[in-house]
Design a protein around this ligand. Structure first.
Ligand code: DC
Length: 228
């Protein structure tokens, strides 16, 4: 009886600019639906961290290809947190450092890196029941996702949120530096040749500038009901 009414599992693709609240939304939606959540940005960050730690020359395609054979990225959910591991080492904090944030967009322009990570990301979607956030999830990774969202918010609001997040983590950074990093990342992400950040034709735009996290979750759960 119950299984008759059970909703089919779908893929929810969430794309958008840096620090627009995609990850918070994606985590909340996955939790509400008991779906798997994958932060694709964390994967680009983990590759970047590996390159920094191992002094990989990101302008040298051969060095990048070799590095990719040595990188294993996994996620574990612990106490409600989604944690990223690089070669079995917990790197959740390291991948959020200013050093990684400054370089990650450059690394994400490299086609061999993208091809490698996109193949890994597609694996997560095989049994559906997945929420993934990033920049090319609705356009490249899962063009067949049943629900696609393009999240956006005012630059000033995004900078404020990111600034507070870093401050709360005890990081010393100025508001201006946070804004400059967001502008730079958005520019590189939106103008790169391979899989630039863009709204999928069938994506629904969600501007959360004036929405609380609760309100945006409510809005998306409404859309989920329509799409299942
Ligand atoms: O979501 P984030 O800020 O953690 O992402 C870090 C960087 O990775 C971002 O500058 C763009 C890149 N990225 C990407 O190119 N494609 C994705 N699917 C996810 C992230």
């Amino acid at each position: 009886m119950l299984s008759f009414f059970k909703k089919r599992k779908i893929i929810i693709a969430i794309d958008g600019h840096s620090s627009c609240g995609k990850s918070t939304l994606a985590k909340d939606v996955a939790k509400s639906l008991n779906y798997i959540y994958v932060d694709s940005g964390a994967m680009y960050r983990a590759v970047t961290l590996y390159c920094i730690w191992n002094e990989v020359d990101i302008d040298n395609p051969e060095e990048i290809l070799e590095a990719l054979t040595k990188i294993n990225i996994t996620f574990q959910s612990k106490r409600g947190k989604n944690l990223c591991y690089l070669n079995e080492e917990l790197v959740e904090d390291d991948i959020r450092s200013a050093e990684v944030s400054d370089l990650v967009s450059e690394v994400a322009t490299i086609s061999s890196v993208r091809a490698h990570l996109v193949a890994m990301q597609k694996e997560y979607g095989k049994s559906r029941g997945l929420v993934m956030d990033g920049r090319d999830i609705g356009t490249v990774v899962f063009p067949d996702a049943e629900l696609k969202l393009f999240v956006t918010a005012d630059l000033d609001i995004r900078s404020h949120r990111r600034y507070l997040e870093l401050k709360n983590k005890g990081k010393e950074i100025s508001f201006e530096a946070v804004t400059a990093n967001l502008i730079k990342r958005d520019r590189i992400d939106s103008t790169r040749d391979d899989s630039p950040l863009m709204q999928a034709k069938d994506a629904i735009v969600l501007d959360n500038s004036n929405l609380s996290t609760k309100e945006q979750l409510k809005a998306v759960m409404k859309l989920y009901k329509i799409h299942t």
